[in-house]
Design a protein around this ligand. Structure first.
Ligand code: FUL
Length: 681
């Protein structure tokens, strides 16, 4: 009795809060404890591996023989070591992709690893990877494609049972799962046990996601569910690696169907806490393709992705394609580790640690402003009721330089801040700090980037919030310079332009295939390059003596070497070097190119429009050379991941090439093409 009284007195004294002020009421919706734990993971990895790997495909049709799955030196420990070395907290494996091929010993189908040469049919990738994760302390999750282009019963009741048996096997036999991924791609053409037809389903009803959720959550209480109708985390609406600069953790699941921008930005008035996960691949494709070996994302691209995912209140799911040997390619692991080093160096010394803090409003001492720098996630600075705004300032003994700010809200009480900005003071003069992107929401984490400023006082103005402020962490840093590689393009007049975003850096380039350095040609204005060849360029900062990675652009034979016999004259857009502006071609038409001289034609490049929300990308196509069908195919996953499509085939001599689009992503009467070029030997 005495003890209780004493502790009440101590708590009251320490907090010196009135009863009312003791509690900050949550603003709903709020996250579950499992969602909070998931937010704290921040970065984890995806692994895409399967039959597609061995058949150079993104979306297998469901008919490639299981016998082609044949890794020769598979090493899950190498995957896990790489992922741990680049700070990943977990890994999600594609146990089955749309082609239906199962990477584990399943009783549900013969289309599995059991019928491949790998370990004479006794291998089990789900087991091998989950064991390696257990051994090295990584969390483990699974991707199980609902769409199955191999299964004869797909779109009928029997397949639903098979699918649930697969979920049952995967959730029973491989230990703890932290996330289960239901992909959104559903229905369409496929092998379907030899039927070779198009089948469609109503994804909201067909799979019985409620039952799937029950199976998963009964066995793995902490697991997050991605996709389907019972999701606890959401797709961010693109596969390019960014969440909105406004990013609410809430959405109204009834509203979001097929509205990608809704998913990117979330909804301040959303009815459920369903935060965004950014999924993106370290290479253009999700699966390994040798032709993409030189297209591993650069350090500056990956770093930008980090800032626009984790720094925009989303988790980052970074994909690593496994190569034919069964390993993460060396250059991908090196790049990922370098990237982690960049991120770690960016956040090395928190400049706010010893700063003097001032606020204009504090609910009471329990919620004091100093809580934002005390390294305790569960303590926070809160303002009084009705103070849905506030300012906090940090003063330094001597001027400091900074270019990064981290802000976190105490999300167990809901996401609140709607608008904020920052100012600095140096020698009594105030100035606005201009962030690289629009400042609005914070959520679990917001990282603000700006050009380096020197200041002796930093002040943050929280202008508007859904309730009293609850900020649990603020940090500031001065990140070292990281140069971005320049962007190379060629316009219709064959003028090559090399754009550089770093204002202190100069650009150097080569035309002979060698890597440029500060002794190569210095770029100062666009130059004519009217032949095929490669341009390589770097940015170089003479002050820090740092250089960017090398930008490489391969240019095919320019349009002066041929005539385009096209029904519309919009075709110039195909050769203008502008990936955001597309030419629209009726589905009955084609691109017909007649060369001045005979050429050996060995492929083509098609760039779908890169403008935001572009649609009508080509899926199925045919290529005729001098009237003969030479090549045909489909660009798998082009709807969600509209990257440049490069197709190569055995060289064929000819004068005329005809590119015929057969279908597009939206079943529209015309299709979009931003760029097109012909690869010649
Ligand atoms: C997409 C799929 O269609 C891709 O192939 C990939 O698996 C990606 C993660 O999700 O929607």
């Amino acid at each position: 009795m005495k003890k209780t009284l004493l502790s009440i007195l101590i708590i009251t004294f320490l907090s010196s809060c009135t009863n009312d002020a003791q509690f900050v009421s949550p603003i709903h919706p709020i996250p579950t404890q499992e969602q909070i734990d998931w937010h704290k993971l921040e970065t984890y990895a995806f692994i895409h591996f399967g039959l597609n790997t061995y058949n150079d495909l993104e979306w297998g049709y469901g008919d490639t023989p299981a016998s082609t799955f044949n890794p020769t030196s598979l090493d899950c420990e190498q995957w896990v070591a790489t992922l741990k070395n680049c700070g990943m907290k977990g890994v999600i494996l594609t146990a089955k992709h749309h082609d239906g091929f199962c990477l584990w010993q399943t009783k549900t189908t013969d289309y599995s690893i059991a019928n491949s040469p790998y370990k004479n049919g006794r291998g089990d990738m789900v087991k091998e990877l989950s064991d390696a994760c257990k051994k090295h302390g990584l969390k483990f999750g699974l991707y199980l494609s609902p769409w199955d282009r191999n299964n004869a019963c797909y779109a009928y009741d029997d397949y639903v049972e098979t699918y649930h048996k697969q979920i049952d096997e995967l959730t029973s036999n491989y230990g703890d799962l932290f996330e289960f991924w239901f992909d959104g791609a559903n229905g369409g053409n496929g092998y379907y046990g030899g039927a070779n037809e198009t089948r469609s389903i109503d994804a909201k009803k067909y799979y019985d996601y409620e039952r799937a959720r029950d199976t998963i959550i009964n066995r793995h209480h902490n697991a997050m569910i991605f996709g389907g109708t019972c999701q606890t985390i959401r797709w961010v609406g693109n596969e390019q690696g960014w969440a909105g600069d406004t990013d609410w953790c809430m959405i109204n699941p009834e509203l979001h169907q097929d509205r990608h921008t809704y998913l990117t930005y979330g909804d301040e008035n959303g009815t459920q806490w369903i935060p965004a996960e950014v999924d993106v691949s370290i290479r253009p494709g999700w699966f390994y393709h040798k032709r993409e070996d030189h297209l591993v994302k650069s350090l500056s691209q990956l770093t930008d992705i980090y800032y626009r995912s984790v720094g925009h209140n989303a988790n980052l799911l970074l994909n690593f394609p496994i190569n034919l040997d069964g390993k993460i390619p060396t250059q991908d692991s090196i790049r990922a580790m370098e990237w982690y080093e960049v991120i770690s160096n960016d956040f090395k010394d928190n400049l706010l640690k010893d700063a003097k803090i001032n606020v204009d409003n504090e609910r009471c001492r329990k919620f004091k402003a100093e809580n934002v720098i005390d390294d305790d996630w569960d303590t926070y600075w809160a303002t009084e009721n009705d103070y849905n705004f506030g300012t906090i300032s940090f003063s330094f003994d001597k001027p400091v330089k900074m270019n990064r700010l981290i802000l976190q809200e105490y999300i167990p009480l809901g996401q609140r801040v709607k608008d904020f900005y920052m100012e600095g003071e140096l020698d009594g003069k105030w100035f606005k700090i201009n962030a690289f992107d629009t400042l609005s929401t914070i959520g679990y984490k917001r990282i603000v980037r700006f050009n380096t400023v020197e200041l002796d006082k930093l002040i943050i103005y929280f202008e508007e919030s859904r309730g009293p402020l609850c900020i649990n962490n603020i940090e500031a840093y001065c990140a070292p310079v990281l140069l971005s590689e320049p962007i190379i393009s060629r316009n219709y007049d064959n003028l090559v332009r090399i754009e550089n975003s770093d204002k202190n850096a100069a650009v150097y380039y080569t035309l002979n295939g060698s890597d440029p350095d500060e002794n190569s040609f210095r770029y100062d204005k666009p130059f004519v390059f009217n032949k095929k060849g490669v341009v390589k360029a770097i940015s170089y900062d003479p002050i820090s003596k740092k250089k960017s990675e090398v930008a490489i652009k391969e240019f095919d034979i320019p349009h002066d070497y041929f005539e385009v016999k096209n029904p519309t004259d919009g075709f110039k857009k195909l050769f203008d070097g502008n990936n955001n502006v597309a030419m629209y071609l009726n589905m009955n038409d084609s691109i017909k190119i007649v060369f001045n001289n005979e050429e050996t034609i060995s492929g083509f490049r098609y760039m779908p429009s890169q403008s935001r929300d572009a649609s009508r990308h080509i899926v199925d196509y045919e290529i005729y050379i001098d009237g003969k069908l030479i090549n045909s195919g489909a660009f798998g996953n082009i709807k969600n991941n509209p990257i440049e499509q490069i197709v190569r085939f055995e060289g064929v001599k000819g004068k005329t090439i005809c590119f015929v689009p057969k279908t597009n992503t939206d079943n529209a009467r015309n299709c979009g093409m931003a760029e097109f070029s012909v690869i010649t030997d």
